[in-house]
Each structure stands twice: as C-alpha cells, then as structure tokens.
Design a protein around this ligand. Structure first.
Ligand SMILES: Cc1cc2nc3c(=O)[nH]c(=O)nc-3n(C[C@H](O)[C@H](O)[C@H](O)COP(=O)(O)O)c2cc1C
Length: 161
C-alpha cells in the first residue's frame, strides 16, 4: 500500500523542524540485563491517569526486549550528554559499560547523570506503520537539575544556541 503524497525525505525534514529533547529509554531483560536506546519520539499522552508514549522502530533489535519486560524508564539527557545519546544510538553492544545507573521502581535503569526520569509500566502496544507505540502508565518520576539536550534539524543543540 503506498498512497504517500509526501516523500519520506520531505516528511523527515518537516518533522525535524519541531525541536525535541533527547532521552535514553531503558529496560531490564527478564535475566536482569540492562538495555537502552536513544529516542526523541516521546510524548506525555495523558495527565490523569498519567500516561506517556514512546515509539520504537520495528527493526530495532531491542523492541522485543521492551515488549517482554513490560516496563521502561525515560531518562532525559542534559546538554552535556551528547556522547551518551550517540552511544545509545550507535554502539552495537556494551552500551552500559562505564555508565552509572540505579534500578528504578520497576527495575529499569535510571542513568545517574540525566536531568530527570519517568518510570512506566507498559499498558498498550500499538502497531503504527514501521514503528510500534508503547504506552506506559507512569509509576514514578524524578526531577533533577540541568539544561536539556535538544535535537533540531537533525542535529544536537542546546537551549538558546
Ligand atoms: C536523536 C535520536 C533520536 C532517536 N529517536 C528514536 C526513536 O524515537 N525511536 C527509535 O526507534 N529510534 C530512535 N533513534 C534511533 C535509535 O537510537 C537506534 O536506531 C537504536 O539505538 C538502534 O538499536 P539497535 O542497534 O539495538 O537496533 C534515535 C536516534 C537518535 C540519534
């Protein structure tokens, strides 16, 4: 099925005009191994009850792990964590090597240096084109200090830069 009137390239460039934060979404496999990937497809979906949505590419090797674990944490990166964003989007394995973290309420890794985090229990998984949307009920949150890492026009920025 292809009824697209907008090319993928134009659609990508248009979406890139909307600045987002950058987060590392984490979970623990059933054997306790920590996993995570960089995302910017995050939104706060509902306040009452508190629900969030993340979108994971169907070709992402971690999708099944996230689906099976039933929980995830969204770690919001600070402007000094560009390297961490690259590590969690590009390194094929060993992403947590040398990274300090603590287990959250459901066990998902909370990265020490992030500016804050939201922890969730997965309540719905929805097929959406080449991605899957994971909706999570928020079970805990923490708010720290610092300025966010921003992604705009497909490159990293800081507020006011
Ligand atoms: C700034 C940025 C934002 C990203 N956002 C997402 C996203 O929202 N969803 C997603 O599935 N992948 C996203 N990615 C790509 C994933 O981080 C990357 O494909 C993933 O870590 C690959 O995991 P794998 O090697 O285990 O398949 C993003 C990458 C970057 C650099």
């Amino acid at each position: 099925m292809s009824s697209a009137v907008v090319s993928t390239e134009l659609y990508r460039r248009a979406c890139a005009l909307f600045p987002t934060g950058v987060a590392v979404v984490t979970t623990r496999a059933l054997d306790g191994t920590p996993h995570g990937l960089t995302v910017n497809a995050f939104c706060s979906l509902s306040l009452s009850p508190p629900l969030v949505l993340i979108a994971i590419d169907r070709i992402c090797s971690l999708l099944e792990t996230f689906e099976k674990s039933g929980h995830f944490a969204i770690n919001f990166l600070s402007k000094s964590q560009r390297d961490l964003s690259i590590r969690f989007s590009e390194l094929p394995e060993g992403r947590f090597s040398g990274v300090s973290w603590q287990p959250g309420a459901e066990g998902a890794p909370l990265l020490d240096a992030s500016i804050g985090a939201i922890e969730c229990r997965t309540t719905q998984i929805i097929d959406a084109g080449d991605h899957r949307a994971l909706i999570g009920e928020v079970v805990a949150a923490n708010v720290g200090e610092g300025e966010p890492l921003i992604f705009f026009r497909s490159s990293y920025q800081a507020l006011g830069s």
